[in-house]
Design a protein around this ligand. Sequence first.
Ligand code: FES
Ligand SMILES: [Fe+2]
Length: 341
Amino acid sequence: MTPALASLRGQWFVACTAAEVATRPLARTILGVPVVLFRSAGKVAALIDRCPHRNAPLSQGRVVGDLIECPYHGWSFDGAGACRRIPGMAGACDHRHQHAEAAAVVEREGLVWVCVEAAEGAREELPPHRHVALADSRFDTFLWAATAQCALVDGLENLLDACHPHFAHAGLVRRAQKRRSVAVNVRRDADGVEATYLENGRPDGLIPRLFEGQRLTSIGRFFPPSTAQLEYTGAGGPRFLLTSMFTPCDDQTVLIHSCISTPRKLAPAWLKRMILRAVFGRVLRQDQAVLRMQQENIARFGAAKFTSTPLDVMRPHLLYFLSHPRKQDRTDYAGSLTMEL
Ligand code: FES
Ligand SMILES: [Fe+2]
């Protein structure tokens, strides 16, 4: 785990959907830390995935009532990690010093957020609700989880990059033949960065033609530590919103929970869901393939060696937030450029 990523351990990341924490233990790795999730007294609990006795993975055990039972000798732990049962031990179980380590966990709007930092008080605030459109009644929102084989910054850059769709998603998102001159305004403050592309035209990709009319702007946003958002806006407001919460599992794998939102009334929700699943499944597979290809080639050379231009709008800001984890250390930025999009 690179030191920059390890420094994010006091932050919150989406581990899974609430529905995924059912009757069996669920294993996740967040920033290199193995975690097990289960339900205890109806609430989602998260423990570091290591039994304090002989370090067997608790995620390979089972949930019995409100406790998680280790698969090796059957020690059982509650949602806070307290050891509540040691099979074979005569008398009451009071072994608080043998507790499993707990991770902080919060369930919100169908998502389970986890902070793996053990030290009390080192935790940052949970990212605010406005990043997720799930609770916004103006939109039909679908949740979609996927993984990608890439470094966190490379995955975030891919989602927010305006220059790859002409090639990696040719015809689906954009076409390479008909580029137009577009002004881009970039604004950054302590809470995030936003790049607004003043498109003022009818997009030519298949997906925008299905879901949009005239597009005024496309906006790429990043909210630290790891939420990326795309918004396509027409005369009546947002026509399409994609909010992707990235969870770095390790240096080379990310888990992505995406909320795909379109305004209500455009079409029945089930129909939109079906079409979005089909077309975005394709786009997602194309991005997964290109990210894997990038990562495997970097591995072939042993290290990354990048050259960038002003067209790589977001990467400097992604790196800026990664190297400035404390809000009070961040400065504002404003800039603009023109590109052929
Ligand atoms: S390793 Fe878990 S009970 Fe022994
Ligand atoms: Fe893409």
